[in-house]
Design a protein around this ligand. Structure first.
Ligand code: NAP
Length: 534
């Protein structure tokens, strides 16, 4: 079926970005078509329905603030909601604002081509649908292209094998099964702590241990929700100006406190049970080796105290990178899992997975038979969803080739030279690519895009793209900030090292959400002088 409609904006994805952008642009009177690969709303919260999936962001900030009515009507059940509640919330928003009529599901975008003669994008989906629009907004997600491990024989595994982001909607029974899981990132940790009580035997294949923080996740009473709602106006204001888009910001300087005071401060944040221990305590975590060492040691001791077997404890403690230089997951009873006799931890750095044969994982010195193998092996982050699509800009250039040959390059993480009228959200070189509470950055970036489009149209023009020089300057600024942090020294998806052949570069903008917003606002205030408008 072909749609030859000419509309204003095509939006890709129905996660937090797509739902918000669909609401914003349709309520401003633009004609919009939103395309979604899945058969439902939710993006990350549609696909990642693995056991234990839940947010690491507090519900009362991990939400939209654009409608007083919505804020009043929706009541969160928990501080850190599970996948099901977050997916339900996004559906509630879509129903409330009648957005589904603008959305086309089971419509995986495979190609988008900029037509220079008409300054339009022609967008094609896997099922043969085509649409043309003046603007293209990519809300395809920063963590949506699954990264599968390159292990000999994996495709012939005779048990059940699945990546966590492809978990089926119907119940997958793990009861009394021999289950293996590869990966101990934020996803793996949630899966492991959730399924350990159900399975017959669980083998965790760990390459790099993670630092974590214990999650404090109370259920909310009606009274608590009312109290939180009274704080919404303040949370709404505060989140745009903090380092990571939350309602808290770095509180103290590491150096202003003596060691005793620092210890007391760390204990206080530890009890808080949220990411504030990481992105709301000492900024030096990100910049100074010495400060980072002391904080890392504090967390290592916490882990050590929870694992009975000292050898297992040492395997679970990160030694070769500092706390917070990779994404810090929250956990619940994760370490206690390893105190149970039916759970084994395999360090695949020393006991390599050589191949998979039949239903067996063949290690250097062991063979393990499994019924189910779970791949919690992460994502080709930031770039993956964009380079998976054949995205053609001016002169037939292909984004995938451009970024492979010249490295990733964006202006503010939202536009790319040579790809006019295309806008990216939570993409590389913006804080939303990792260092942002997603809805905060969605709100800020989509609002910036709205102003940009308004500007083009108010000038009677047809297209906008950043100049090559502005993009280059943004890249230099991005790298300068990134290289002042400890993040760029650590291997992880933040630096792209989890994907073979991907050039090492810090993906998210590390200057903070508040600082980033100021820079975006300057571009708007200067009438988009950094861009070519024609
Ligand atoms: P991830 O952090 O990239 O972790 C992937 C894991 O798989 C790592 O432990 C990695 O080891 C391992 N791995 C990959 N390939 C492997 C191989 N061939 N052999 C052995 N181990 C292998 O991915 P993720 O856990 O899916 O999390 C990605 C991001 O999603 C998170 O950082 C977070 O931002 C987001 N997330 C958020 C939540 C939440 O809010 N609660 C939950 C889940 C995910 P190495 O470290 O050695 O590469």
């Amino acid at each position: 079926m072909k749609g030859n409609k000419q509309i204003d904006i095509t939006i890709v994805g129905t996660g937090f970005t797509g739902v918000f952008a669909t609401h914003k642009f349709t309520s401003l009177g633009y004609s919009v078509q939103t395309l979604e690969a899945g058969d439902g709303i939710g993006g990350t919260w549609y696909w990642n329905r693995y056991p234990g999936a839940r947010t690491d962001s507090e519900s009362y900030v991990y939400q939209y603030f654009f409608s007083e009515e919505l804020l009043e009507e929706w009541n969160w059940e928990e501080k850190f909601p599970a996948q099901e509640e977050t997916e339900r919330y996004l559906n509630f928003v879509a129903e409330k604002f009648d957005l589904k009529k603008f959305m086309r599901f089971k419509s995986k975008v495979i190609e988008a081509k900029f037509l220079e003669e008409s300054n339009c994008w022609k967008v094609a989906t896997e099922d043969g649908y085509e649409i043309q629009s003046q603007f293209l907004l990519m809300g395809s997600g920063l963590l949506s292209k699954a990264q599968l491990p390159d292990i000999e024989g994996i495709e012939k595994f005779t048990g059940k094998i699945l990546h966590t982001s492809q978990w089926p909607k119907e119940d997958l029974s793990l009861d009394k099964k021999n289950v293996g899981i590869i990966g101990t990132g934020a996803t793996g940790i949630q899966v492991i702590q959730s399924i350990a009580p159900k399975v017959k035997h669980l083998t965790v294949f760990q390459r790099t241990p993670n630092y974590t923080i214990p999650m404090n996740n109370p259920k909310f009473s009606q009274q608590k929700m009312e109290e939180l709602k009274r704080q919404y106006p303040e949370i709404k204001q505060t989140r745009q100006n903090t380092f990571a888009g939350f309602f808290y910001d770095f509180e103290s300087s590491f150096h202003e406190l003596n060691q005793q005071e620092r210890l007391a401060c760390m204990e206080k944040y530890w009890k808080e049970g949220s990411l504030s221990f990481w992105i709301g305590q000492f900024p030096e975590i990100f910049f100074e080796e010495e400060a980072n060492r002391e904080i890392s040691q504090f967390v290592r001791n916490k882990i050590r105290s929870r694992v009975n077997d000292p050898i297992t404890a040492e395997k679970l403690i990160p030694k070769d990178y500092g706390f917070g230089t990779r994404r810090v997951p929250l956990e619940t009873n994760y370490y206690e899992v390893y105190n149970q006799p039916h759970v084994s931890l395999v360090d695949v750095k020393t006991n390599t997975i050589n191949k998979i044969k039949g239903n067996k994982v063949i290690l250097n010195d062991q063979e393990i038979s499994l019924d189910i193998l779970i791949l919690a092996t992460g994502f080709d982050a930031g770039t993956g969803a964009l380079t998976a699509i054949d995205l053609y800009g001016k002169d037939g250039r292909l984004l995938r080739d451009d970024w492979k040959q010249n490295g990733v390059s964006t202006f503010l993480g939202m536009q790319v030279h040579g790809y006019p009228n295309m806008f990216l959200v939570n993409a590389p070189m913006s804080p939303g690519a990792a260092f942002c509470n997603v809805p905060t950055c969605v709100d800020q970036q989509v609002t910036w895009i709205e102003n940009c489009i308004k500007h083009v149209l108010s000038k009677g023009k047809n297209a906008i793209e950043p100049s090559k020089i502005s993009e280059k300057k943004w890249g230099e600024h991005h790298d300068e900030v990134a290289e002042s942090t400890l993040v760029h020294k650590t291997d992880s998806w933040y630096t792209g090292t989890n994907v073979k052949g991907k050039a090492r570069r810090v993906i998210p903008y590390c200057g903070g959400v508040g600082e980033y917003k100021n820079k975006c606002d300057e571009v708007t205030a200067n009438d988009f002088i950094d861009c070519q408008i024609y």
